[in-house]
Ligand binder design. Sequence first.
Ligand code: G3H
Ligand code: 13P
Ligand code: NA
Ligand code: ZN
Length: 328
Amino acid sequence: ALISLRQMLDHAAEHGYGVPAFNVNNLEQMRAIMEAADKTDSPVIVQASAGARKYAGAPFLRHLILAAVEEFPHIPVVMHQDHGTSPAVCQRSIQLGFSSVMMDGSLGEDGKTPMEFDYNVDVTRRTVEMAHACGVSVEGELGCLGSLETGQAGEEDGVGAEGTLDMSQMLTDPEEAAEFVKQTHVDALAIAIGTSHGAYKFTRPPTGDILAIEQIKAIHKRIPDTHLVMHGSSSVPQEWLEIINKYGGEIPETYGVPVEEIVEGIKHGVRKVNVDTDLRLASTGSVRRFLAENPAEFDPRKFLKETMKAMTDICIARYEAFGSAGQA
Ligand code: G3H
Ligand code: 13P
Ligand code: NA
Ligand code: ZN
């Protein structure tokens, strides 16, 4: 059944687990996410980005998610809009039937320019008023995703600030977070702790100076009743990088957020964990390997089935590690 983010995360907080929120763009991802949830008895959050809406079209994405709800009626599903850039964008998703929206007012309507606290409060509060009137949940964001190693905001073409940020923008302040939640009444709050979107998060396995799990503890202490959200939480599995590179890919050395650090965050209020890149890497690695090993094959279902299997394995591993397995 389709449920709101608030309902799912209240249950997660009560029982001390986190839920991975997987981005969805196509049928194979949707099936992998649901089959893994079915196998592990986990609740599901699927989210559609602006890029996904551009790729598949909002009606296709919506029906893909509704098809999942229909085929797996015993699994609670949140249909979430990822990184909305304005109240108007969120309003359209609410009209389409999303049960949760993210109003990312940490950035301007271009999805790139870091914005002031007052702007963020204003757009987020307006979105909450509108969404709550429709029974829809809202995730806000305070602080900008970005690398504490380089001071760079992250991906060029993806979602995220552009250019150079200062350290204070890249670590969410607990006092400001408390003020933000008080003024906006968001259901969940995305925080900045040194992660960024995409595959290039860290040039070395991260330690506390570049991945600030301690900041989560300080924020959770100050606002213990707010559900925290970690963005940029792919772990960038080294085994998939090796497979991609073995079969013709060229991805330089790079590291993601270790699963055990996310688990530490979940002990301190993190309830929603956004994962997109890991499914992309598994998907690409499995296609490259299959086509290299089966050069005579030309039926796309053959290699797409491989992507589903690879993505299902990642989803199962995250459901189990984050503790959502067994909670559907
Ligand atoms: O928010 C970031 C997600 O990885 C979505 O990225 O806009 O390329 O679909 P995308
Ligand atoms: P990754 O790029 O680490 O998978 O993060 C995805 C995300 O935060 C989507 O909002
Ligand atoms: Na989101
Ligand atoms: Zn994100």
